[in-house]
Write a protein that binds this ligand. Structure first.
Ligand code: SF4
Ligand code: SF4
Length: 249
């Protein structure tokens, strides 16, 4: 197996995994989405809410606000206390959520929660709990996708007309040693234009069976790289538990 970082920008990490199969790629994707725990608001005590939003609507919004999570301090089921105390006229933003633990804060401070008119009040106490994406989407730390890398094969009747080269919007194809080659398969988005313009039908696009390009976009609770590392650790622990159990048979 070989893993290479392709790009990292703000909350998004792109990396290439070579030498694995689709079952492995899917296990990693599922572990990232379902098994890496993060904090999310779970219990809300409403002391005062004279805003336009019903309590239920408001708590639903609060639950989906990403919170930074310290995996060293917080374990499964543990919680942190939070509160909001605001009076209108104002817009209540995620930055108005105060946490008893200074290590925990909202990941994005600009999320509007509700608008308060003059004399309207919002007073809440909340509990953010460590949970898993497999229980509720609010605990899903990231959006993750993967795709197989493209390869192209050229038939023996190719006359090197160059039409495929001209029509690749990303300019990824080149003629080298009397052959058409795809220089950077990572950049290819599998649009199929090069295949479609070949009148002789000499160009075929195929998918590599063991190279996967992952994109992990964190909601901000954890760094994207931390999420992937934690998911890999979870898969390793699960395998070792399975080996222990199988030995007992
Ligand atoms: S368009 Fe077809 S025939 Fe022309 S260079 Fe490309 S693969 Fe060869
Ligand atoms: S599939 Fe699209 S992006 Fe990929 S090489 Fe062909 S034309 Fe270019």
């Amino acid at each position: 197996m070989d893993v290479k970082k392709i790009a990292q920008k703000e909350n998004t990490l792109k990396f290439l995994v070579r030498g694995v199969n689709s079952e492995f790629a899917n296990s990693l994707r599922r572990a990232i989405m379902a098994d890496v725990p993060i904090l999310a608001i779970e219990d809300v005590s409403v002391y005062e809410n004279s805003s336009i939003l019903y309590d239920e609507f408001l708590t639903q919004r609060l639950a989906l606000i990403p919170l930074t999570t310290d995996l060293k301090t917080y374990k499964k089921g543990e919680s942190a206390k939070m509160s909001i105390d605001k009076e209108g006229p104002c817009t209540v933003y995620s930055k108005d959520i105060k946490c008893s633990d200074p290590k925990i804060e909202v990941a994005d401070k600009r999320i509007p929660i509700v608008k308060l008119l003059k004399d309207q009040k919002l007073k809440l106490e909340m509990k953010a709990v460590m949970g898993f994406g497999k229980e509720h989407a609010k605990w899903q730390p990231a959006v993750v996708s993967y795709r197989q890398l493209a390869t192209i094969s050229i038939g023996k009747d190719c006359d090197l007309c160059g039409k495929c080269i001209e029509n690749c919007a990303k300019k990824l194809l080149e003629a080298k040693a009397k052959k058409i080659v795809l220089e950077t398969p990572i950049e290819c988005d599998l649009c199929g234009k090069c295949r479609d313009v070949c009148n002789l039908q000499q160009l075929a696009i195929e998918y590599s069976k063991d190279d996967f390009l992952f994109t992990v976009e964190s909601h901000g609770a954890l760094e994207a790289s931390e999420i992937v590392e934690k998911a890999a650790e979870i898969l390793k622990d699960r395998n070792s538990d399975f080996r222990k159990e199988i030995k007992k048979l």
